[in-house]
Design a protein around this ligand. Structure first.
Ligand SMILES: Nc1ncnc2c1ncn2[C@@H]1O[C@H](COP(=O)(O)OP(=O)(O)OP(=O)(O)O)[C@@H](O)[C@H]1O
Length: 408
């Protein structure tokens, strides 16, 4: 939304002022002189626009318009997402209560937070909780997934660009840093940030100002950073893939999320919550889960954590025709790859351990097998060897792509 108001009595006579809403803040600018009487300005503006001097100002109005259109588009996309309200995070185990306490302590400040934890443990949910409990909560939290955007587009995504600043830059673009002004910027999968962007991000964090690609000056921004990763950044530093100075800038207040296998006492509450969510969503009358089936879920190793549990319940709800989920309705053993009657005590075979480790590396590589960011490099294996190992161990795509991430 943009508001342009031409003032007529309250402002000094003969001066035209422009009011624009930029990133939630009203700015007032002297627009030029006029000679007509104020009442005529409503219809007279189009005549005045012919004036070359005002044309220049119009460019600025167009820029505001582009920015507001981008903000609107982002808002609409965000609203479409069915997100869990911050106060709805399920789980009261000691491990997760410790996390909630840290969230409470840090939320009110502007401190940079680094959320660590395996994939699907709820890092994004915690980022939302921090934002929603902070004084910035009235503005939308802006998210960038550093792994989902090709390296050559990431700079423009974060900092924006001016029209014509590079081939294909047909329009000016406001970056996510500017969109997050006076709000929170959630940098998901920060461990995937390419080295040249790490340097630029570090500068933006230190100076609290950014420069659009092709821009003529620096723009001050007031942004609270929350970053997340499922990578061990200290290992990444040792391997030369992550800058230590950026790490220390980000790791002002680290929060580590426990994997689901370390908070098994939360499984019953999570299962009930997801059964209700998906039963309501699909119009099924499923009221609960049989104790034996729940026991089976509690014994499983949950490499995909809460996301995997959620997807499993969603699937099971669709396949269940009774009012209670029983063992029979749960996916068969070979679908729940590591299912064992008692995961805590059973001795695992070498193949099991190898399979679990390979899957973990593939998930850490966002489903990629080959290439510089692929699992083969992490495992120090030629990708052909990894592929044949996967075939031997029965690892298939569906075992690591239920988070919706790409493979390659
Ligand atoms: N405590 C919780 N209560 C209910 N649902 C949860 C909880 N934690 C996570 N979830 C759900 O589990 C799914 C995965 O959570 P989320 O996306 O926050 O994980 P993540 O750690 O950011 O994953 P990734 O590392 O893959 O980005 C989401 O659908 C989220 O709503």
């Amino acid at each position: 939304m943009m508001l342009i108001r031409v003032c007529n009595g309250k402002e000094p006579k003969g001066v035209l002022y422009l009011y624009a809403l930029k990133a939630g803040v009203f700015t007032k600018r002297r627009f030029g002189f006029f000679t007509g009487i104020a009442d005529q300005l409503g219809t007279g503006v189009s005549n005045i626009l012919a004036n070359e001097k005002i044309e220049l100002q119009l460019e600025e109005i167009r820029q505001y318009k582009t920015q507001l259109e981008q903000e609107n588009r982002y808002l609409k996309e965000e609203r479409k997402k069915d997100r869990l309200p911050a106060d709805k995070a399920i789980g009261r185990s000691a491990a997760i209560r410790n996390v909630y306490e840290l969230v409470e302590k840090v939320a009110a400040s502007d401190a940079t937070v680094l959320i660590l934890g395996e994939t699907g443990t709820g890092k994004e949910l915690i980022a939302h909780q921090i934002h929603d409990s902070s004084p910035r909560r009235d503005k939308l939290m802006i998210k960038v997934n550093c792994a989902a955007i090709p390296a050559n587009l990431l700079e423009s995504e974060l900092f924006g660009h001016e029209k014509g600043s590079f081939t294909g830059a047909l329009d000016k673009r406001i970056g996510k840093f500017e969109l997050a002004d006076n709000s929170t910027l959630f940098l998901d999968e920060i461990g995937e940030l390419p080295p040249e962007m790490q340097a630029k991000l570090l500068r933006a964090l230190q100076e609290k100002e950014i420069e659009r690609i092709g821009g003529k000056g620096l723009i001050k921004v007031n942004v609270r950073i929350v970053a997340a990763t499922n990578k061990n950044l200290e290992e990444e530093i040792v391997a030369g893939r992550f800058r230590s100075d950026l790490y220390y800038r980000l790791c002002v207040f680290p929060i580590t999320l426990p994997p689901l296998r370390e908070r098994r006492e939360d499984i019953p509450a999570l299962v009930s919550f997801f059964i209700e969510k998906y039963a309501v969503g699909s119009g099924r009358k499923i009221t609960g889960i049989a104790p034996k089936a729940l026991q089976k879920l509690k014994a499983y190793s949950w490499p995909g954590n809460i996301r995997e549990l959620e997807h499993l319940i969603e699937r099971t709800v669709l396949l269940t025709s009774t009012s209670i989920i029983t063992e029979v309705s749960l996916p068969s053993k070979n679908k729940m790859l590591f299912s064992r009657p008692d995961a805590e005590t059973q001795v695992r075979s070498l193949a099991d351990v190898e399979r679990e480790h390979i899957l973990k590396m593939i998930r850490l590589s966002n489903g990629r097998i080959s290439g510089a960011a692929g699992a083969a490099v992490k495992l120090q294996l030629p990708s052909t060897t990894l592929i044949s190992k996967m075939q031997k161990l029965g690892i298939r795509k569906e075992h690591f792509i239920d988070s919706g991430k790409e493979t390659g």
